[in-house]
Design a protein around this ligand. Structure first.
Ligand code: SF4
Length: 182
């Protein structure tokens, strides 16, 4: 909305009202932190993506809600990179290299980005040692999974952010509807 000083204070007041309405609308739009690979970015250990396909996801993308982030890349790991799994309290590659520090750094940065964006919801790639919300590989490098959380998912959740897997878009939609109508 253009501002004309010649039109005086009523015009400025109208602008202030317009700004207030706009900010009020923006406040109600919940943003969602999303694993970058789910948005089609080729950042996985094997250099590939895992894009989510679906109307809900495309609508959120068009609405500008989605905040893509890859904790492992942000933590300093390259693409491609050796696969890593959680083994006890550490994160190791198959040949025994300890990459725990990079994973922890990525988790902290994910939380920082979520807070800066005002995101109270995270949609994360299930099974990843960073992003997995309910299941991760079992540490044997045999393809088996077990109940557990990746480092980023755990930190986000313990910081009050609601974490969902990419297989549960309906639950995210339901939470958005609840929060945005109250
Ligand atoms: S760390 Fe998360 S965002 Fe990055 S590739 Fe793995 S699952 Fe995707």
């Amino acid at each position: 909305m253009p501002v004309s000083l010649r039109r005086g204070s009523s015009s400025l007041f109208a602008r202030a009202q317009w700004d207030a309405r706009r900010h009020s609308r923006l406040r109600r739009v919940e943003r969602i932190l999303v694993s970058s690979c789910l948005m089609g970015r080729p950042v996985r250990y094997d250099g590939r993506a895992k894009p989510v396909v679906g109307d809900l996801f495309e609508r959120w993308r068009a609405e500008g809600r989605l905040v893509p982030f890859c904790p492992e890349v942000a933590g300093g790991l390259p693409v491609p990179r050796p696969p890593a799994e959680i083994v006890g309290s550490r994160v190791l590659t198959e040949d025994g290299r300890d990459v725990t520090d990079a994973f922890q750094r990525g988790a902290r940065l994910a939380l920082e980005i979520a807070r800066r964006a005002g995101a109270r919801i995270a949609l994360l790639k299930e099974g990843s040692p960073s992003c997995g919300g309910t299941r991760v590989h079992d540490g044997t490098f045999t393809g088996r999974s077990t109940a557990g959380e990746g480092l980023t998912a755990a930190l986000l959740r313990s910081s009050g952010i609601r974490v969902f897997p990419e297989t549960d878009l309906a639950a995210v939609a339901s939470l958005l509807a609840e929060w945005e109508t109250h």
